[in-house]
Design a protein around this ligand. Structure first.
Ligand code: SF4
Ligand code: SF4
Length: 227
């Protein structure tokens, strides 16, 4: 069942990643495609209100692209704490929105120029994300992506990941996590309280003790807290 879910995830990612070249390449010829970026931004924030950072898992074309194409080539090093710091995230948010605002101001209401500004931004940030992905880890960009940051702030307590005390601390979950989170660290709390969780379920499938679950009842049964 879990393996099936992961297969489904791969299939979905196999469809959504195509949105990235659609905008980042074709957008240079058809600038109005840049406005699709606004839909992606709204999606990331909208989904976060109800489901946490689930959008970033497979609905975001760039996230899917990183998992499918950059992960096999990446050095997969530990993501430096720098990329997780709130200061860096806030700086990136400010930088990207300032860039959009400035370019839209200079476009003076000319829609093609406004669309092209979004295409340009997507292209540049994707190149940065690819370089970081190859040199460090495929999902580094997802820690400093402005939409990811907004989703991170809105994600608290949404669609929580439970962990039971049957966890032995083997760390297989952390090795499998695309965001390099450490679910086992929350064993005593019973709830993985990291807002960067993408709700992908990779750790759930990787856990040999079945200690992780998005279903609180299942987690309690595994831990023997309920019959
Ligand atoms: S994989 Fe399971 S048993 Fe191992 S550390 Fe993670 S939650 Fe605990
Ligand atoms: S903690 Fe588990 S569900 Fe959350 S991003 Fe990591 S692997 Fe996916």
């Amino acid at each position: 069942m879990l393996k099936e879910k992961l297969r489904e995830r791969k299939l979905r990612q196999g469809l959504t990643w195509a949105g990235l070249p659609l905008v980042a390449i074709l957008g240079w010829f058809y600038p109005w495609l840049g406005f699709l970026l606004l839909g992606c931004m709204a999606g990331a924030v909208g989904v976060a209100i109800f489901r946490g950072r689930a959008w970033c898992d497979w609905m975001c074309p760039r996230g899917a692209f990183f998992d499918l194409f950059i992960r096999p080539l990446s050095r997969r090093k530990a993501i430096p704490a720098f990329f997780r710091s709130q200061k860096v995230r806030v700086f990136m948010l400010f930088l990207i929105f300032t860039m959009i605002g400035t370019q839209w101001y200079l476009a003076r209401g000319y829609l093609a120029a406004m669309g092209l500004a979004l295409v340009r931004l997507l292209t540049i940030t994707t190149l940065v994300g690819i370089i970081l992905g190859l040199v460090i880890h495929p999902r580094v960009w997802c820690h400093i992506c402005p939409m990811g940051t907004l989703a991170h702030w809105l994600s608290g307590g949404k669609n929580p990941l439970f962990i039971s005390r049957t966890c032995t601390g083997c760390r297989a979950c952390a090795r499998a996590c695309p965001m390099q989170l450490k679910p086992y660290e929350y064993r005593l709390e019973g709830l993985v309280g990291d807002n960067d969780c993408l709700k992908c379920g990779t750790c759930v499938a990787a856990c040999p003790r079945r200690a992780l679950s998005f279903d609180s009842g299942e987690s309690k049964r595994e831990s023997g807290l309920v019959a």
